[in-house]
Design a protein around this ligand. Sequence first.
Ligand code: KPL
Length: 307
Amino acid sequence: MTSINPTLHIVGAGAIGSLLATGAQRQHLAYQRYPRTIANSPHYARWLDNSKVPLSMQTAQANVLAKNDVLVLPLKVYQLESALSYWRPYLVHSPALVLLHNGMGGWEIAQQILGPHYPLLLATTSHGAFKQIDDKGKAFITYSGQGSTQIGAPNKGNRLSPPLSDAINLLHNALPPVSTPDNIVHALWQKLSVNMVINPLTALNHIQNKHILDSQFSDVRRALCKEFVDVANACGLVFNETKVHEHVLAVAKATGENYSSMHQDVLHGRPTEIDAINGYIVEMAKKKGIHVPVNTLMVERIKALNL
Ligand code: KPL
């Protein structure tokens, strides 16, 4: 079953999913949103040029998706198991599925629920967007910085057949630019290297991203990067310690005024993504018999906040 125009189905009402919906709206592409509640679903977006883009507030009931539709899950890793179990009966025609989250572990969860051959794309984005409530009590999002999205199918390189290549084109049309690195898993580990330093340090110290550049964090930054490289290399992903550290510093500088997502989760008393970030490194380290005391400490200290 294919439909003439593919529809982008976006689960949840987070900032990045809502940004994607806004991009689809601007380009007159068919999209549906599936927020958990209407109340937290953004009514409009402030685009980069400050224009106001109203969003369709029609929320769809999940239904069997067409083969050329695309289901995007811009959710936290800990929300994926229940979301995918819910969606599985509607995926009988195997439309492309896109996981877009911080940290790691989503791929493994999707494989467990949908099987190893499901047409799956993994993505990471550097677009900046955040959700707020306006003076009338309506949720809206602000597109705060243009970034880019990297996407790919694990273990498949960048020569993809439909429906995956069509899904990538649709995402690029909605929210460009979308690129396909040779190895998406390496790109996701690279993003992990940034999050495993910036996120816990900003959350524990109540600071903006730029402050992790301060010399007081130099030892802990370097120790985290060393542990990261040891574990990544043991998992077959080649990284260099100096380059990883430099990249972390560059992202902290470029996003200097931001409060990281983990800082915001802690501030608002929400569960954090620590298990998918530093926790993932600890888990992989255990499997490979590597000692990672600083990542372990980050996990313990964030968990001690009892969120
Ligand atoms: O991805 C991020 C996050 O906050 O989760 C960074 C890159 C650290 C930007 O804030």
